[in-house]
Design a protein around this ligand. Structure first.
Ligand SMILES: Cc1cc2nc3c(=O)[nH]c(=O)nc-3n(C[C@H](O)[C@H](O)[C@H](O)COP(=O)(O)O)c2cc1C
Length: 441
């Protein structure tokens, strides 16, 4: 349960090479390439310097073939491709920096809950209690084909499977009681068998006997994060999640989201403070508005004109290259829904944009504007963050998301924005807890 009302701070390191950032001057400057371990260790040190709570890795294990019917556009432009498995970087980063926590994504559709539960227990031990699991249902096409499925499971059914998955994972983390390990060298007793339980789960998707053959970890279970935005996704978050990642571009839409979440939490006998929200933002900070706009222009100029439609194809599973660019957003809605992918965020797009906007214009807008951009001097950025935080119940914080140039953007945030946040008492000046969950409180 998060009691404090200060800002929690996170950064999403999932897309630091894709989304055309590989073209950008500020990306991985001084490092050989985006996968270099030194870069991530330095990011962890930077984040710890800014007393940030979380560095996050998203994941989707696919190569998009949606645009033009093959993998060429994704590969040619480096659009969400390639995607390494970032898990091995977490222990390295945890050794490099104290305090900051790490979020890792694993799929409830394709990964087995026994594997997920065991791996996150190990990561919790290795990081000293600083790990979070972003549980996703995997909405991208082609992931199914990589994991051996003929077809993608239907949207709401993926959430049925996710619910069972998370129930099993939680039961496994609970299967060894906190004080089960006794280590009594005198009597030769290692652990108390009465405190270690089979779970004997037999369900629609999983059969798991248990117990989890592990020692309880510092947090007992990872901090649970869920980012589904559809009605089924929101309901899953309201059942299990401690934090949610949410992308919204207007305060009205954030408030609507928060109100919906609070209503669902109530239905699950939980309160608003049981689930905090990290709102996605992108920042361009400089000593003047004009300089911030210059930086923004350099970022926008690095994005090729084709990007908008390629991204829409990737995200919404439809081949936007085959549609007339003057087609209206509202005219493609039914076709997008039928793709069975990210319906939640398309619904949001229609509600917050002009539904008569052409898909060409929307694509261009979406490529740079899906994440709320805050530009200006540190004071201007913090004013806006404070406005959002106040308007949404001071319950969570912000994640630097899509479009983040590292290390440049992260360093600017830590060196210019964080001091202003700390000066106003809005974010922590030091880590207060030993674990991620305690720091997020
Ligand atoms: C900030 C943010 C980060 C996300 N990260 C991932 C991710 O790493 N992998 C993934 O498959 N989906 C990711 N998602 C997508 C959601 O988890 C969810 O699968 C998607 O919104 C589709 O579900 P829905 O139809 O319930 O909205 C992310 C969503 C948001 C808003």
């Amino acid at each position: 349960m998060a009691e404090s009302t200060i800002f929690h701070l996170a950064a999403d390191l999932s897309h630091i090479h894709t989304d055309y950032l590989w073209r950008s001057k500020g990306c991985w400057e001084g490092y050989p390439y985006y996968g270099a371990p030194d870069l991530y260790e330095d990011c962890a040190r930077l984040a710890a310097r800014g007393v940030m709570d979380l560095l996050f890795f998203g994941d989707s294990a696919n190569t998009s073939e949606n645009h033009g019917g093959d993998h060429h556009a994704a590969v040619q432009y480096g659009m969400r491709w390639p995607k390494h498995d970032m898990m091995p970087l977490v222990p390295l980063m945890a050794r490099a920096a104290k305090g900051v926590g790490f979020g890792l994504t694993m799929s409830t559709t394709y990964q087995h809950p026994f594997h997920v539960a065991r791996l996150f227990n190990s990561l919790d031990h290795v990081t000293g209690g600083r790990i979070a699991w972003n549980a996703v249902t995997s909405a991208y096409k082609n992931e199914a084909a990589n994991w051996g499925y003929e077809e993608m499971i239907e949207h709401d059914e993926r959430y049925v499977k996710a619910r069972e998955h998370m129930e099993v994972a939680c039961a496994l983390w609970d299967s060894v009681e906190k004080d089960a390990i006794v280590f009594d060298k005198q009597s030769g007793i290692f652990a108390d068998p009465n405190k270690v339980h089979l779970i004997n789960h037999k369900g629609k998707y999983f059969n798991v006997r248990g117990p989890l053959p592990v020692m309880p970890s510092p947090q007992l279970r990872p901090v649970l994060i869920q980012a589904g935005q559809s009605p089924a996704g929101m309901d899953l978050a309201a059942t299990f999640a401690e934090y949610q990642f949410v992308s919204r571009t207007t305060i009205a839409s954030m408030q609507k989201h928060r109100a919906k979440l609070d209503e669902l939490l109530k239905a699950h006998n939980r309160g608003p403070r049981d689930l905090g929200v990290f709102w996605s933002i992108r920042i361009q900070v400089a000593d003047s508005e004009a300089h911030a706009l210059e930086k923004e222009r350099a970022y926008i100029d690095s994005i090729p004109p084709q990007a908008g439609l390629i991204e829409l194809s990737h995200m919404y599973g439809l081949d936007f290259s085959s549609l007339p660019t003057d087609m209206k957003l509202s005219e493609v809605a039914a076709a997008v829904k039928a793709q069975n992918v990210h319906w939640g965020s398309f619904m949001e797009a229609i509600e917050t944009s002009d539904p008569t906007m052409s898909i060409g214009d929307y694509g261009r807008k979406n490529a740079i504007g899906r994440t709320l951009a805050l530009r200006g001097r540190p004071k201007d950025i913090v004013d806006r963050m404070e406005e959002i935080h106040d308007a949404t119940g001071r319950n969570g914080g912000f994640i630097l998301a899509k479009g983040i140039e590292v290390p440049g953007n992260l360093r600017d945030f830590v060196d210019y924005v964080v001091p202003e946040l700390q000066r106003r008492g809005l974010s922590k000046a030091k880590y207060t807890g030993a674990t991620l969950r305690e720091n997020l409180n």
